[in-house]
Unconditional design. Structure first.
Length: 321
């Protein structure tokens, strides 16, 4: 089969190579899945760089979520068992963790419904306890993770403010349904949020960026607000002043979605059921900006790493719809 493999750590565009290799062999409790669509995630870039919390042995194939078919014909969502990641014709995955792909979504959309939307749902509902009528501030609102949070925030009845970088991404965020879009390159985030909320600030902040985004969030979070720490796409891990959280009476809430797979797998399945219903209703629909052939995977991962993409880029090894 064909698979993109990484033999040394570095930038995705430099270290990913498309090679012919053997199909992976399922172990106990695992199943072989033919990949129909593999969604590109920022962690794929971190894997290539050797900066992810999991460091698979070299060589490995990146790709952390796919939509595919099992040998018995089931169409499923899967998180491949590294080092045999999703940018390949076949992957192996734990049978117990397979989720049925929603019929309302095509392969590319279904591949993009999994980690980003699960992260958004658990973050907004389980960790931040977002309530109808509250104001949700989403950083990187036009990106893969941010766009999911925007849709889920709207589904929860929140007023959604999206922060983006540049007019192209601002247009995408408006199309997603943000009530207000702030271009961080030309506008003052803190002033704009306070003006939009009558000085109160944002009740919940969804931050997959870190760095300066977190610093701005702390300045415009509301009384009893929650800053949800999702990731550090900026490459800068903030060091929050806890005295500031004390004085302003807000919470800093962490989210590592992967822990739910081991700590509470039933909650993951219940979340997927809810996401499937929202997809069937048309309330959420992954924003797939590009569908690229297998040969374009390395370039796609590099563009996600560089922050130049919008929505989701999905790799289609073949046979996808």
């Amino acid at each position: 089969m064909q698979a993109w493999r990484v033999h040394r750590n570095g930038e995705p565009g430099e270290v990913m190579r498309l090679e012919e290799t053997d199909r992976p062999t399922p172990g106990d409790g695992q199943v072989l899945v033919e990949v129909r669509a593999a969604n590109v995630n920022f962690p794929d870039a971190l894997l290539c760089r050797g900066q992810y919390q999991v460091r698979p042995p070299l060589p490995f194939t990146p790709g952390v979520e796919v939509c595919g078919t099992t040998g018995d014909g089931r169409r499923v969502l899967a998180t491949p068992a590294l080092p045999h990641g999703g940018f390949a014709d076949y992957v192996v995955a734990d049978e117990a963790a397979l989720l049925p792909a929603p019929d309302a979504l095509d392969d590319a959309e279904a591949a993009a419904l999994h980690i980003g939307y699960q992260t958004g749902w658990f973050g907004l509902h389980r960790r931040a306890r977002l309530q109808p009528g509250e104001t949700l501030l989403v950083h990187a609102a036009a990106g893969g993770v941010g766009s999911a949070a925007v849709q889920l925030g709207r589904a929860a009845g929140a007023k959604v403010i999206g922060v983006v970088g540049g007019p192209e991404k601002a247009a995408v965020a408006r199309e997603l349904g943000c009530d207000l879009v702030i271009d961080r390159r030309s506008e003052d985030i803190v002033a704009a949020v306070k003006e939009a909320t009558g000085g109160r600030g944002a009740d919940v902040v969804y931050d997959p960026v870190g760095g300066d985004a977190y610093a701005k969030s702390a300045k415009c979070v509301a009384f009893e607000g929650r800053i949800l720490v999702v990731g550090f796409a900026s490459g800068v891990i903030p060091a929050p002043g806890l005295n500031h959280a004390l004085v302003k009476n807000y919470s800093v809430v962490g989210l590592h979605w992967g822990l739910y797979n081991t700590k509470d797998p039933a909650a993951v399945r219940a979340c997927h059921d809810e996401l499937t219903k929202l997809a069937e209703q048309g309330t959420v629909k992954p924003l797939v900006s590009e569908r690229v052939a297998m040969a374009g995977a390395a370039d796609a991962v590099q563009r996600v790493a560089d922050g130049t993409s919008t929505g989701r880029i999905v790799v289609l090894p073949g046979g996808a719809r």
